[in-house]
Design a protein around this ligand. Structure first.
Ligand code: AVI
Length: 328
């Protein structure tokens, strides 16, 4: 058992703080106002997201766990016997444990490289892996970085077959152009014969989608509002969080759940650290997230357009979620 992690240079605190400030400045100057959903995931937001994954309405996590449990042997049969398992956006690694345990049990020779944007989430993950895999030969080398930085880092890695996992419908938080850009970049960084395992949330009954993003306990509301709390804390702003409504709805045209924060009053917001004032009109919204949903046709097109070949599609028993194995 060997556990360590490194933080890539570009995620040094100063750099991240400046990029965050610029993105907030640009996003709040936009019409409609918007904030990038990647900024949900500070230490607090990452923790709230773990709570979301345990909600009864948020079916995605359980469906994907079922997929991995049911198809773990088929996944193993499809890949070489010595690999580096890289996971982008690892979070708490709950679902990945299913594969790790199975792969160890079946004697796969592998090293696990979780990648996460939050160093706190990485520390918690390593701690939990240490407890769960104490008596095993598991090797873990984590990386704290954003996806693109992590992928550039991958490009410099040595010659071992990579299996890059991008689970949990993280791909859904990109729009189609961003998803293509990301996947082309990934394809370009990997070697012939490498694999990616990508989780897609499928298009389905709108009432199921609406419930998942408007949970009755209000956890998703807290998750959404945390982005403003973060701006208040880190950029010395004064958003009045109490005056915002969490609004999540399905956009039939784009095929995405869209999350908004809508101010019920006019708010004059000062963001001291960037010396800017913004006015939010009463009932004006700030767009905070897209969660795109896919059809099989959408998935096939995406793989085709980004250079990958689909080796296998694994679906859960409700027909809600798929993990798809793609080959470079
Ligand atoms: C991380 N991501 C795939 C989640 C999603 O479903 O889009 C984030 C989330 N937003 C609201 N609930 C969960």
């Amino acid at each position: 058992m060997n556990f360590s992690y490194q933080t890539l240079d570009a995620t040094s605190q100063n750099y991240s703080h400046n990029v965050f400030a610029l993105d907030v400045l640009e996003g709040l100057s936009n019409d409609p106002k918007r904030l990038y959903s990647k900024y949900f995931y500070d230490d607090v937001g990452s923790k709230i997201f773990q709570e979301i994954t345990e909600l009864p309405e948020y079916y995605l996590t359980n469906c994907e766990a079922e997929v991995l449990e049911t198809h773990k042997q088929k996944i193993l049969d499809s890949i070489p016997k010595k690999i580096r398992l890289i996971e982008l956006g690892a979070g708490d690694g709950r679902k990945t444990n299913i594969l790790l345990r199975h792969f160890l049990h079946q004697g796969l020779d592998f090293e696990y490289t979780p990648v996460d944007i939050s160093s706190k989430a990485m520390q918690i993950l390593l701690e939990s892996l240490k407890n769960k895999f104490a008596q095993t030969p598991l090797q873990v080398k984590g990386v704290v970085a954003e996806y693109f930085n992590a992928i550039s880092w991958l490009a410099h890695s040595d010659h071992i077959t990579n299996l890059v996992m991008f689970l949990g419908s993280n791909i859904g938080n990109f729009n189609l152009n961003e998803a293509k850009k990301f996947l082309r970049y990934l394809w370009n960084s990997l070697n012939d014969g490498d694999y990616v395992l990508i989780g897609f949330d499928l298009k389905k009954d709108i009432s199921v989608l609406n419930a998942a993003y408007n949970d009755s306990a209000g956890v998703t509301r807290r998750f959404n509002l945390n982005i403003l709390q973060r701006i208040n804390n880190e950029l010395q702003a004064n958003f009045d969080l109490e005056k915002f409504t969490h609004f999540a709805h399905y956009n039939v045209v784009s095929g995405a759940m869209e999350s908004w924060l809508i101010s019920s009053i006019q708010q004059d917001v000062t963001i001291k650290s960037i010396h800017k004032n913004f006015t939010l009109k009463a009932w004006e919204g700030i767009h905070t997230e897209y969660s795109y949903k896919y059809t099989f046709e959408n998935i096939r097109e995406l793989a085709h357009d980004t250079g990958f070949e689909i080796s296998n599609i694994f679906e859960d028993s409700h027909g809600y979620f798929v993990d798809t194995l793609w080959k470079v």
